[in-house]
Design a protein around this ligand. Structure first.
Ligand code: AMP
Ligand code: GLY
Length: 419
């Protein structure tokens, strides 16, 4: 099978690594990729969100399967263009990806499908915002309606901050605060059926103890020893299957990765958000544990034939990833700093390093983004995996680089909600 992977982050490096480990994959191509992905794939300097350019590259590489990493190409219609050209794509059409692209569309789908979620109002004017803030009360949850790269949501007890955020966003969704641990559950979907992957948890705040600003994710771990054993099955039944049925009913069947961001409340599982792609950095730990060959699973979903693929199998033990971020992240990250210690880090038993925001210049590995590396540690249990990840992270040298020190340190006590 020839596979083309779109994207350039740590999630895509994890995808590339897992695809390369699948013996059915004879050729792996990536656009645009990064220096880590280049260890597994031939890179192409093609913009991943340009539907015509991606379709041409897929034809040129004779790709049997295109795997879309980030959401931006999906929203640009890359999935639509590939399927129109008769190519196989793991990643939904634009209309189905609106489940991530618009918070109000996601709410509409959830209400129509009877999926448990926070009560919400879509607000366009200051008066509507003010009424909604009063109706729901603190903690206030205000979400920009469109894609915001992880920066569109404010959870606060400060009514003025909530109103200011709403004003800066234009159309917003204001909703009830959901109290309870958060879980990311990924489901591989073929339009009608879905299989769940391992539940995982990420750490969204910048500081230890879940303090500081929201980020794209500073670390993750899987499995979740504290989660109820039927969590994945219940989420598929209560959330994923109703969402797939509703999307099919609307004429926009969903083929790709449906990411359900859940709050486990005293009142049951509730959906915080959907994403139309793998989560970052949860993918880095979930795929580490996947024992089933990845390309076959994704191809079966893309071809509408998951029933033939069977249920994914999992390795025992645990994986933890720690994000090494650049100075200034999540504000204005400083880039162009030299990265040393990669080989030493990977000599730690059970550890390896994935590239997120890196570039090679004149033969030197440098930082090129806010989240620079994902150090992954594995072991027989979370404590061992965590020790491996942090031992490896300590070997990385990056001027101004930093990471959280408490990823998976209390896996019985999940991180508290942002706010
Ligand atoms: P989102 O971009 O929708 O994932 O929101 C980012 C983060 O804001 C989530 O991971 C939660 O920590 C928090 N959040 C979003 N919606 C809610 C809610 N209704 N109640 C509590 N926390 C929320
Ligand atoms: N880990 C959160 C996200 O990918 O949106």
């Amino acid at each position: 099978m020839r596979v083309l992977l779109l994207g350039s982050g740590g999630r895509e490096h994890a995808l590339a690594r897992a695809l390369a480990q699948d013996s059915d994959v004879t050729e792996l191509h990536a656009a645009p990729g990064n220096p880590g992905i280049a260890q597994h794939a031939e890179l192409h300097d093609v913009a991943p969100a340009d539907p015509a350019a991606v379709t041409a590259l897929a034809a040129k590489t004779a790709a049997d399967l295109v795997v879309v990493g980030p959401e931006v190409p999906l929203m640009a219609g890359v999935g639509d263009a590939l399927r129109e050209a008769g190519l196989s794509c793991f990643g939904p059409d634009r209309a189905a990806a609106m489940i991530e692209g618009s918070k109000s569309v996601a709410k509409e789908i959830m209400i129509a499908a009877g999926i448990p979620t926070a009560a919400a109002r879509t607000c366009r004017s200051e008066a509507e915002v003010s009424d909604a803030l009063d109706a729901f009360g603190p903690p206030y949850v205000v979400k920009a309606d469109g894609l915001a790269a992880g920066k569109g949501v404010v959870v606060t007890n400060d009514r003025r901050a909530a109103a200011d955020h709403a004003r800066s966003c234009g159309q917003v969704v204001i909703e009830d605060f959901l109290a309870g641990p958060e879980v990311s559950l990924f489901a591989v979907a073929d339009g009608a059926r879905a299989v769940p992957l391992l539940p995982a948890q990420d750490f969204k705040r910048a500081g230890d103890g879940d303090t500081g600003p929201n980020t794209g994710g500073m670390g993750a771990y899987a499995p979740l020893p504290w989660a109820p054993p039927d969590l994945a099955a219940r989420t598929v039944a209560e959330v994923v299957e109703p969402a797939l049925a509703e999307l099919s009913r609307r004429g926009t069947p969903y083929r790709g990765l449906l990411y359900a961001g859940l709050a486990l409340t005293s009142d049951g599982i509730k959906v915080i958000e959907f994403n139309a792609r793998f989560g970052d950095p949860e993918t880095q730990v979930v795929l580490d544990r996947l024992a089933t060959p990845l390309a076959g699973l994704l191809a079966a979903a893309a071809d509408g034939d998951l029933a033939a693929a069977g249920r994914p199998r999992w390795s025992g033990g645990a994986a933890v990833t720690v994000v090494i971020a650049a100075e200034g992240y999540p504000g204005m990250p400083v880039t162009g700093d030299r990265i040393d210690g990669m080989d030493e880090a990977q000599q730690i038993p059970g550890a390896y390093v994935l590239h997120a925001g890196t570039v090679v210049r004149d033969g030197t590995l440098m930082s090129s983004g806010g989240r620079v590396l994902n150090v992954v540690g594995t072991g027989l249990d979370l404590a061992q995996a965590r020790a491996a990840a942090y031992a490896a992270a300590a070997r990385i040298r990056l001027r101004g680089g930093w990471h959280r020190n408490d990823i998976a340190s209390q896996p019985g006590q999940p991180p508290s909600p942002v706010g």
